[in-house]
Design a protein around this ligand. Structure first.
Ligand SMILES: *[C@@H]1O[C@H](CO)[C@@H](O)[C@H](O)[C@H]1NC(C)=O
Ligand SMILES: *[C@@H]1O[C@H](CO)[C@@H](O)[C@H](O)[C@H]1NC(C)=O
Length: 237
């Protein structure tokens, strides 16, 4: 009995040596970033174990389940997103690294990464990231309007400087979807996302301590009309 208790205590000590996410899942950040995506939210899911931690061999069901369990994103919108990915790649599994392939899911005029033709498009560019945080009008929250304004700056910059700038309906859908889902998952549409929450995701790819997904599932009916509005407003003319 004593031995058993000792073994259990030792296990607990070992386990608590690793930081844990809000729901008790181990938080292990893949430091070499070898199998991570351009999408910070997907990397966050992998870091918390809602997607395969090594970022490899991800199925359609993994994406749908991971988004639902980690972010309370409905399976309806999860299916739409997963279909976009797997239709493009034409495979049964993808790695997060595969998503870095330019003009598949990865796109120009990102809020946080260089255009592929202008530099490394896989890692976060610290200047651009700071620009995103600075776009917060009140320095407390980042709203969808702040993000739309920053997207317009990024779009204008790509148009000006990137001779290979690609901006079709696909890129527009991705970019507007990112803004919309980010706002709905990590904040409130009417008030925005707390800046420290945005930093946790974009900079550290971790869920903030104590963060819990919304009680209400984010459904396609929440996302699609707002995404369409963001898409209309986000490009510089
Ligand atoms: C698993 O993922 C790795 C990295 O993308 C790939 O090389 C390997 O072929 C995949 N394995 C299977 C069974 O799909
Ligand atoms: C980061 O982005 C800025 C603004 O586009 C650019 O001037 C700078 O060269 C980029 N830095 C790196 C390391 O790519």
């Amino acid at each position: 009995m004593r031995t058993t208790l000792f073994a259990v205590a030792a296990l607990l000590v070992v386990a608590s040596a690793y930081p844990r996410g809000p729901d008790g899942r181990l938080l292990i950040v893949d430091d070499d970033h070898s199998f991570r995506a351009p999408a910070r939210a997907l990397n966050t899911l992998a870091n918390h174990g809602y997607l395969p931690r090594d970022g490899k061999n991800i199925t359609k069901m993994d994406i749908i389940t991971g988004l639902f369990q980690g972010f309370n994103v409905g399976r309806d919108i999860g299916l739409i997103l997963a279909n976009v990915v797997f239709k493009k790649y034409g495979t049964n599994t993808v790695s997060l690294l595969d998503l870095q392939k330019h003009n598949m899911i990865e796109h120009d005029a990102s809020m946080t990464r260089n255009d592929n033709a202008l530099g490394d498009s896989t890692l976060v560019n610290a200047t651009l990231l700071q620009g995103l945080f600075d776009s917060s009008s009140d320095k407390k929250v980042i709203t969808w309007k702040d993000m739309v304004a920053y997207r317009r700056i990024r779009h204008a910059d790509s148009k000006l400087r990137n001779p290979n700038f690609v901006w079709t309906e696909d890129q527009k859908k991705s970019a507007s979807g990112e803004v919309t889902i980010f706002q709905l998952v990590f904040g409130e549409w009417s008030t925005g996302v707390a800046l420290d929450v945005a930093k946790s995701i974009f900079k550290f790819e971790k869920l903030p301590l104590g963060w819990k997904p919304h009680a209400g599932t984010v459904l396609a009916i929440d996302v699609l009309p707002r995404q369409a509005m963001v898409a209309l407003l986000m490009d510089s003319k």
